[in-house]
Design a binder for this molecule. Structure first.
Ligand SMILES: O=C(O)[C@H](O)[C@@H](O)[C@H](O)[C@H](O)COP(=O)(O)O
Length: 238
């Protein structure tokens, strides 16, 4: 891995500020280099962090293309849809349009949606090589999962498929698609935004005890930067 950094900040508001200033910096550099900024979004509290923090940054929004690190295979108007959450909470707070999101087709089965998503991703990345995102925005569950990569799941060992279906997610809803580690660890930058005391045990296990088997600890970009932005509550057992 090229480099890693752990930023422990006071509170959730500071996590949001750090995360969004990183996005401002990284988006400007990517847009200057390639005239596009390809970001992978997670669901959960990240939706709140980005909806609150992104209106404060300076960037060329028209160059953003927003992909999903994972997505639930449910209708977009379902409360469980990550795109649905971003549609309701981010579109309109920043000047991006629905067609800037590269979305799954939730009408398909998880297996077909994963294959379909690979085709949709392939439009944005050079052929014959792994997709290399400018940045992947990651959350971490209290069990150490990230994306929809859950502890001891067979998907953790996928070595070539870019996007995998999962139909037995321990975190509801059960049917999802997820980026796999080959793509996650090929990103230019992976950033975790983690807050709250409920994550403190897992943050300690990963960042202090250096446990290597947990999905979130297996995020190690081979030629990229790994950043953890953690508030004091989540870092309270470090
Ligand atoms: O769609 C999902 O479920 C997310 O992508 C998932 O991986 C999330 O990032 C973690 O579960 C942490 O969620 P919180 O930050 O809300 O705890």
């Amino acid at each position: 891995m090229a480099s890693s950094e752990v930023k422990i900040v006071k509170a959730e508001a500071d996590v949001i500020t750090e995360l969004c200033s990183l996005l401002e910096e990284r988006s400007k550099a990517a847009i200057e280099r390639e005239d596009v900024f390809k970001v992978g979004l997670s669901g959960g509290s990240l939706v709140k962090f980005l909806s609150e923090g992104l209106p404060n940054i300076e960037t060329d929004w028209s160059k953003w293309r927003l992909f999903f690190c994972d997505e639930r295979v449910v209708p977009t108007d379902s409360a469980d849809s990550t795109f649905g959450e971003y549609k309701n909470k981010l579109i309109g707070t920043v000047p991006i349009t629905e067609d800037q999101f590269i979305k799954i087709d939730p009408e398909l089965s998880a297996e077909a949606a994963a294959k379909d998503y690979i085709q949709k991703m392939a439009v944005w990345f050079p052929p014959d090589s792994l997709p290399r995102f400018h940045i992947l925005l990651l959350g971490m569950g209290p069990d150490g999962h990230t994306c929809s990569l859950f502890p001891n799941h067979r998907i953790l060992d996928e070595t070539s498929v870019w996007v995998s279906p999962i139909t037995d997610s321990p975190k509801p809803p059960p049917s999802r698609i997820t980026l796999t580690f080959p793509v996650v660890n090929n990103a230019e930058c992976c950033v975790f935004a983690v807050t709250g005391a409920a994550k403190a045990d897992m943050v300690k296990r990963i960042l202090k005890d250096k446990e290597e088997s947990l999905p979130a600890s297996r995020v190690r970009p081979s030629d990229g930067k790994l950043i953890w932005i953690v508030d004091k509550a989540a870092a309270s057992k470090m």
